[in-house]
Design a protein. Structure first.
Length: 404
């Protein structure tokens, strides 16, 4: 005979656990007891106990208990008087919003209770990862009778409670908490209401759900290189022979920014023009980094003598920028044909130009490369391309003078 069936709890969330306790006796003994088909365990003193899973949708449900005796006939007795309820999802929510800030920053956010009626008290245990975030301050919200809190950033918890004798309704701010990002870039922490209790002014509990939040420290933002320039963007290869001032040097410049930190170094790869692959650029002012350089090597790569000088900016987290480079064209002095060589063809080009022959007459040699000798043999040139330049190139092609 089943003498009692107890359910705990009798009001349960969808798919929640219910403990079933059954008192049952029989002269021949009890062989088994089930609740909604789930076997219960014999815990002694004519009592059987176990857990069942509640229904997944709101409603009122009967639990069917079947006890089987230990006789040869295996007689059954059934009881379905025990009832539990799965209530409608409560509309009251205690919530903290997701927070995302940069490392080292702080942000104050509210802990809210939404759609509540006559809330006279609220109590929470709030937990978080102290390796990622600290609670640095807690302030009273809308409940105006009393407010108390305690926190421990070493263990990662904050406890608080507040009272309001008159009650608060609607969307109510329970507290304001200030959060500090103490972890590393990219770290995250759950912000969880480990426990919460809401009470109405009639001294009853307010059924509610918890909406936990996530705290995120923004991942590292890479340095950004913009506004790159070379002034001038075309220079002469520097072989040590005097040139017109300014024709064999250039100022390389870039704007480098890091929105979530600072720039530690900026280097530029000058290896293709005879320099270091990690030549340091100088921080001039603001976001501007510069370096002045010449080109002591030039590749024979007709018809393109443009070099991509790669810039590498490193921030205080060790991250580097996406690829960025400055274009610099380096020409050989005397190479008026643009084939990468200084030879008889260049002298002939100037001679034909001077004679007005086409196509050279319509395509005069560029002064930058064609002006190789000046008045009275001045190696710096004189700003024009004339017979003396053709003669010097002819003598170089014959091995009689140094490279222009």
């Amino acid at each position: 005979m089943i003498t009692s069936v107890l359910l705990d709890p009798t009001e349960v969330a969808p798919n929640g656990l219910i403990t079933v306790t059954v008192d049952v006796t029989d002269k021949s003994g009890i062989a088994s007891v089930t609740a909604d088909g789930t076997p219960l365990a014999d815990v002694g003193n004519d009592q059987w106990e176990g857990n069942i899973t509640a229904a997944g949708t709101p409603g009122t449900y009967n639990v069917t208990v079947v006890a089987t005796d230990d006789s040869e006939n295996a007689n059954n007795v059934t009881d379905d008087s025990a009832v539990y309820t799965v209530p409608e999802e409560p509309s009251v929510i205690i919530s903290i919003e997701d927070v995302a800030i940069r490392r080292g920053e702080n942000k104050t956010v509210p802990i809210m209770v939404f759609d509540v009626v006559n809330m006279g008290g609220c109590e929470i245990n709030f937990i978080y990862d102290p390796a990622v975030v600290y609670v640095t301050d807690v302030a009273r919200g809308d409940l105006n009778f009393s407010f108390e809190y305690n926190l421990n950033n070493g263990s990662g918890w904050m406890r608080a409670n507040a009272l309001d004798a008159d009650g608060q309704s609607g969307d109510v701010t329970f507290a304001y908490i200030t959060l500090a990002a103490v972890g590393n870039k990219g770290d995250t922490s759950e912000m969880e209401f480990e426990y919460s209790r809401l009470a109405n002014t009639s001294l009853g509990d307010i059924i509610h759900v918890r909406d936990n939040g996530t705290f995120t420290i923004f991942p590292n933002v890479l340095p950004v290189v913009t506004n790159v320039s070379a002034t001038p963007d075309t220079i002469l290869y520097d072989n040590g022979r005097p040139r017109t001032p300014g024709t064999d040097i250039t100022s390389l410049s870039a704007h480098v920014t890091d929105t979530d930190g600072s720039i530690t170094t900026v280097t530029i790869d000058l290896s293709s023009i005879g320099g270091s692959p990690t030549h340091l650029m100088e921080h001039v002012s603001g976001d501007v980094w510069e370096v002045t350089t010449n080109a002591t090597e030039v590749a024979i790569n007709a018809p393109d003598f443009t070099h991509q000088l790669t810039i590498t900016a490193t921030d205080d987290d060790g991250a580097i920028n996406d690829p960025a480079s400055i274009e610099l064209t380096v020409l050989k002095r005397g190479d008026v044909t643009g084939d990468g060589l200084v030879d008889k063809r260049d002298a002939d080009y100037i001679s034909r130009y001077l004679a007005g022959l086409e196509p050279e007459a319509s395509n005069p040699p560029v002064v930058l490369v064609g002006d190789v000798i000046g008045d009275d043999g001045n190696p710096a040139g004189n700003g024009v391309v004339d017979l003396m330049d053709a003669l010097y190139i002819a003598k170089y092609a014959s091995g009689m003078v140094e490279e222009p």
